[in-house]
Write a protein that binds this ligand. Structure first.
Ligand code: COA
Ligand code: ZN
Length: 328
């Protein structure tokens, strides 16, 4: 049955941001060698992503897996169609990311006080003050600004985070720091579809010219449903990770982002245009198990696309002949 909702969904242009080399690698025990990171990002640059979150300029003590941020960002090959962004929590990180030629600084702060203290060791007000200075540096350097608001759909330590709180911090970033974009992050998979649609609509109604992206983790299996609810609410930009790897080490119970190839495959069948070369994404995702030392949550890496067909059983002809003989 074709409902108004499915008809409205059809034919949208949806932009996907790839976050595996930041959100994905930060959660891994193994250190992915620097040259392997660079080679993977170079492959992802040719796939059709709008944005690639290359790395994070954070304390190497907090996130040892990304201690090579400067080399990686400096040495990747750039494609002019891709915006290369890096996560930045403070002035020190901003200086490093600007020096290594980030196209965009992705400021990070949590909508929840408990998660901000656990993850960044600052109150939200202290984070915001540090980020005000980061915004000044970015403006001087002509580098774009985005902010990722963690725990925008719930905090694993505090529970629900109110829409009012999320809009309050969004307002401070949009109106005081004049960020170009805001990413509302569901850090531990607490978001659910009606909440996503309502928050997306509320944000878009207040700041129609601010870029809004949604960032979901599939921790409770609601990732794709939340992406679809976001599209219904008017969102066109989504973060996702190759292989569905990812998670914040400072958020209890965190697990992987929505899986990029699974989302692309689903959105294309629903009728949206992602502009992504799915074959190339699948080729890239096959590299991950060797780099990480384990399998990934990707469904498509295991099952293939819905029309990747399999051979019939070897005794198929004999089975068919017997069945047809019985029928005759
Ligand atoms: N890049 C690299 N090193 C940094 C840094 C940055 N942006 N900011 C601080 N450091 C270093 C300091 O030099 C110091 O090093 P030292 O111990 O060798 O002297 C150490 O990190 C601690 O610095 P300090 O300023 O005392 O920070 P802190 O201990 O209060 O930690 C953060 C604050 C924000 C730097 C840290 O909590 C952090 O990097 N968090 C990021 C967490 C993250 O990425 N989570 C996942 C993404 S949501
Ligand atoms: Zn995340």
């Amino acid at each position: 049955m074709i409902t108004t909702t499915t008809m409205e969904r059809n034919g949208r242009r949806v932009y996907l941001n790839e976050v595996a080399t930041r959100d994905g690698f930060q959660a891994e025990g193994a250190f992915v060698p620097t040259q392997e990171k660079i080679a993977l990002i170079n492959a992802l640059s040719r796939v059709g992503f709008a944005k690639i979150e290359v790395t994070a300029f954070v304390s190497p003590r907090a996130i040892p897996a990304l201690s090579d941020a400067e080399i990686v960002l400096r040495e990747i090959e750039r494609d002019s169609r891709v915006r290369y962004t890096a996560l930045v929590p403070n002035v020190r990180g901003a200086e490093g990311a600007i020096e290594a030629r980030a196209d965009e600084l992705n400021l990070v702060m949590s909508a929840s006080e408990s998660h901000n203290l656990s993850n960044l060791r600052m109150t939200r007000e202290q984070s915001f003050d540090a980020l005000r200075e980061v915004a000044r540096l970015a403006r001087e350097a002509g580098v774009a600004l985005n902010v990722s608001l963690s725990c925008a759909f719930g905090c694993p330590m505090e529970g629900d985070v109110s829409e009012q709180t999320v809009l309050h911090w969004s307002q401070r970033f949009v109106e005081e720091l004049q960020v170009r974009g805001v990413t509302l992050c569901d850090t531990t998979g607490m978001a659910y579809p009606p909440q996503v649609e309502a928050l997306t609509r509320a944000f878009a109604a207040r700041w129609p010219s601010t870029e809004l992206a949604l960032h979901f983790h599939n921790t409770r299996g609601m990732g794709l449903a939340n992406v679809l609810a976001g599209i219904d609410g008017g969102a066109t930009q989504f973060d996702a990770s190759l292989g569905g790897i990812g998670g914040c080490p400072y958020a209890p119970g965190a697990s992987g982002n929505v899986c990029n190839e699974d989302i692309v495959h689903a959105l294309e069948w629903i009728g949206h245009d992602t502009g992504i070369d799915l074959d190339a994404v699948l080729a890239a995702t096959k590299r991950l198990p060797a780099l990480l030392g384990h399998d990934t949550p990707s469904q498509l890496a295991k099952a293939g696309r819905r029309l990747d067909l399999h051979a019939r059983p070897s005794d198929f002809d004999a089975i068919a002949e017997r069945a047809r003989a019985r029928q005759a």
